[in-house]
Design a protein around this ligand. Sequence first.
Ligand code: ATP
Ligand code: MG
Length: 311
Amino acid sequence: MRRAATMKRVTRVQELVYELNAASAMSENVITVGETATMSEVRALLKENRISGLPVVTEGKLVGIISIEDFIEWLADGAEECTVADRMTRKVKWVFSDEPLIHVVSTLERLGYGRLPVLDRKSGALAGIITKGDIIETLLHELEVDYQEEEIRNYRASQFFEDLLADGTRLDFGYRISGRTIDEGGAVASSLKKTFKRLGVPPQVVRRASIAVYEAEMNVIIYADSGQVSVSVDPEFITIEVVDVGPGIPDISRAREPGYSTAPEWVRELGFGAGMGLTNIAACSDEFELTSTVGKGTTLRVRFHMEERCG
Ligand SMILES: Nc1ncnc2c1ncn2[C@@H]1O[C@H](COP(=O)(O)OP(=O)(O)OP(=O)(O)O)[C@@H](O)[C@H]1O
Ligand SMILES: [Mg+2]
């Protein structure tokens, strides 16, 4: 890439639109129409497929485009039955499949088109069609891949337990959830997330444990008086206990039903109270245990295997 006089930051998206070509973002299954098709057939194709234009192809080669605008013009002219060849636009703008996305984006922008046919440079055959939506989807996908790779790299960089030379290691630490208000909710989960990352806990495990702790933390803040989160990490497992002092849960199996909630109106207005917290905790964890004594409090114990789990 050209070096500018003043060093400007180049974003990953800017880099990607140079790296990726039209072929990597286009849709290959193009609905096309032949020159000899009738305008009534065009109408049916546009309607059935909910599209606004059709490439016109003869023997695999792009010879024109018939769009909804051409169709409307035909209607305005009296809608006398005729073939696509009589009505199509012959001066078609296209891109080649090996052109970088930056060219595709600028061509779409310049012409104000919604889509461009993509041709194979060698054969000249129609290879696909590309829209702004396709490009955005491809960029998001690539960013996600980058992000995951970086996460894995970061976590490999820190192998806390492997660096300790001992026959057995275990790390215990804790957090208090007391007197916190609902808008401070998530503080424990976010501290824990940072700590896990520093310890070199695999990214998927960090994510699952953070979700579980976030949901448990919110429940303590909303339904109990105060609570304590105890975490124990060893090379194989993460064990988390959330113990609260509060009213307890009278019917645990009912509370665990997806959608069951006793959240008051003001809590629901803040977006909580879908009755999904406990369900999420159970789904995220490898072991789940919930016990409660009415009038005293509730204890949640969850465990996570250290190794990566898919999903
Ligand atoms: N620590 C707790 N102490 C007392 N009751 C609790 C506690 N945790 C959960 N509950 C009870 O269990 C119900 C279900 O909890 P769950 O977390 O699944 O859903 P929610 O908190 O109502 O909604 P969401 O978590 O989706 O915002 C709660 O509505 C509440 O009645
Ligand atoms: Mg909840």
